[in-house]
Design a protein. Structure first.
Lengths: 141, 470
């Protein structure tokens, strides 16, 4: 169906955004990023916020394109699936919890990690549980 | 080297997330989407965990993950009628996680590396905590309303100058945030930061209390979008493009669902959030006393047996009564007689997008018989019997005719165009929106009062026993 062009478009956009994301330190940022290097979360990558805004914009349009094609039958499972996907905040929580930070910072991180993990586990499991129930005419019995 | 591998894994995870959503376009490939999502999440977690700065505290990570499993597993086993509350609860967890990580990063950098708090990052942190914490309390309130927790009022709560107070709080939080961006590490900044968190928490509560049950599908979708956007903000703070893409996918999903919900009710975003829908209107004075016609189970069963096309219109009442399995038995009885049975699904039927589809699928009704409103409406004049089970506003003809009605202009399922209408209703009270329904007084409508599960059960008994009488 119309699935192929979207996948191709997606992949080419991704390649484009990856290229944009390549580190390109701007002179004005150098002093700040040098000072920040010790704690910078991206492992010392420069703060290239224009490419981040690009990625955000492109991802939003890809999201709109893909979600609009989702079957209306599946809007409830779609919401629980995107719930689980947005628990990608787990990435930030792991960085905060596992690094050598003061105790109170790590406690905040651990609570966040617990909350995201709950969403990942329950989100994916309940989505699959619901999708298993959708049966076509032939699938019954 | 590790950095390269990490970025590469993030790119793969992003592609898998997009594919996961792409496969949701058809029920036949949808489960593949879940597997792609799980794989992407696993890759993302492992790639992050392998980063060199995470040298210590592996035990902390393990314990938090284990706790997540312990709470997450039972949450995935809730009955399907409780899925709206579970979804709202998980939005609140998502908001909480984003808010806490934002707060942790801010306090860490404030004391240890103020140079990290560039205007761009501080702006992102402020956006992250406002969105995160308002989603946290807002979704908790929504979950409480859906679960009908006793101390949370079900009916919309309104007070004078409500919108002024709400918007004022938000404007204040944003203004304080702007101050923080200008002076991220001033002596007073920690206090201001905590005040912003407090304002966001309060705003989340105030945003949800004026909202009634009929608006829940829209509100849940909007909160879904906020949870995604707070993850995006976290991505900006941590310079992490995987967070930005995955958050943006979630954000756009919530956005599209809320647009669909708003269209299905002919209302705008602002109207849903600030309109306090569901306020009980003062009953119109005067007017003739209108009477319902009731029908016996036996009579209704006979009419159903004579039909060739039966359209069932389910609503929230079916979910409340847990009647979906009995409905399935009725479906089987009618099918056995060669009667065509279709289900007419209104986009806002129930308490979240797609709620009815999931319940009917649980009862093993093939999804090919679940028909969207726009597709079923042209067939309604050929329909012999429309059986309305616990739906009210979505079949109310006032939406077409009465300009003064709060639901005026909302697209409805044309149940009134069927030759005969049976409506199963728990009580004689008006529906959630507090609006009287003309359909129930129509010449061709007969009411079956009672609990949806009990009434449908009686119909099934009548139909299965009745065949012996011939």
């Amino acid at each position: 169906m119309s699935g192929r062009p979207i996948a191709t478009l997606t992949i080419s956009l991704l390649a484009g955004s990856a290229a944009l994301a390549a580190p390109s330190p701007e002179p004005a940022e150098v002093s700040a990023s040098a000072a920040a290097a010790a704690h910078a979360p991206g492992g010392g990558a420069s703060l290239d916020y224009w490419s981040m805004l690009f990625v955000f914009m492109l991802a939003t349009f890809i999201g709109i394109g893909v979600i609009r094609r989702v079957s209306r039958l599946l809007h409830t499972p779609l919401m629980s699936l995107t719930n689980a996907i947005s628990a990608i905040a787990v990435v930030g929580s792991i960085i905060v919890t596992g690094s050598d930070h003061p105790l109170r910072i790590r406690i905040l991180g651990a609570i966040a990690l617990f909350a995201s993990m709950t969403n990942i586990v329950s989100g994916f499991l309940i989505t699959d549980r619901m999708l298993k129930m959708f049966k076509g005419d032939g699938g019954r019995r | 080297m590790i950095e390269t591998l990490t970025q590469l894994s993030y790119v793969v995870a992003t592609a898998l997330f997009i594919l996961a959503l792409h496969w949701m376009n058809d029920p036949r490939t949808a489960r593949r989407g879940v597997y792609a999502g799980v794989a992407a999440m696993l890759i993302a977690v492992l790639a992050t965990w392998a980063q060199p700065q995470i040298i210590v505290h592996h035990l902390w990570i393990l314990l938090a993950i284990a706790a997540g499993f312990i709470v997450g597993w039972p949450l995935s086993r809730v009955p399907l009628t409780a899925v709206p509350q579970r979804t709202a609860l998980s939005h609140s967890f998502g908001g909480l996680a984003a808010g806490l990580v934002g707060a942790a990063e801010y306090f860490l950098w404030r004391t240890e590396a103020p140079a990290n708090l560039t205007p761009f990052r501080t702006t992102a942190i402020v956006a992250e905590i406002i969105l995160g914490f308002l989603t946290f309390t807002g979704s908790l309130m929504a979950a409480g309303k859906l679960q009908e927790v006793r101390w949370i009022p079900q009916r919309p709560v309104t007070f004078p100058l409500q919108n002024v107070v709400n918007i004022g709080l938000l404007v204040l939080a944003v203004a304080l945030g702007a101050g923080l961006v200008l002076h991220p590490a001033a002596i007073w900044s920690a206090t201001v930061f905590l005040v912003i968190i407090g304002l966001a928490l309060a705003f989340g509560v105030l945003l949800i209390i004026p909202i009634g049950g009929a608006d829940m599908p829209t509100v849940i979708s909007i909160l879904n979008s906020y949870a995604g956007l707070s993850a995006v903000a976290m991505g900006f703070v941590l310079d992490n493009k995987l967070l930005i893409t995955a958050g943006a996918l979630d954000g756009s999903s919530g956005l599209i669902l809320s647009i669909i919900m708003c269209k299905a009710m002919n209302r705008s975003f602002t109207n849903v959030l600030f309109g306090a829908f569901g306020k009980v209107e003062a009953p119109k004075a005067g007017g003739a006393q209108k009477v319902y016609k009731t029908e016996t189970i036996e009579g209704a069963a006979q009419v159903l047996e004579q039909a060739s096309l039966v359209v069932i219109v389910p609503g929230y009442g079916m979910a409340v009564a847990q009647a979906q399995h009995k409905v399935r038995e009725l479906y089987d009885q009618l099918k056995k007689r060669g009667i065509t049975v279709k289900f007419a699904i209104h986009p806002v039927a129930g308490r979240m997008p797609g709620h009815m589809n999931v319940l009917l699928a649980e009862a093993d009704i093939p999804y090919t018989d679940l028909v969207e409103m726009d597709e079923i409406n042209p067939d309604m004049p050929q329909c012999d019997v429309a059986l309305v089970i616990g739906a009210n506003d979505v079949v109310n003809p006032a939406a077409r005719t009465e300009k003064g009605s709060p639901i005026y202009g909302m697209p409805i399922i044309d149940a009134d165009k069927a030759r005969t209408v049976f409506a199963i209703k728990r009580s004689k009270n008006p529906g959630f929106a507090g609006i009287d329904n003309e359909l129930y007084y129509s010449d061709k409508t007969w009411m079956l009062f009672g609990d949806a599960k009990a009434v449908v059960g009686e119909l099934v008994k009548q139909l299965s026993g009745g065949s012996g009488m011939h």
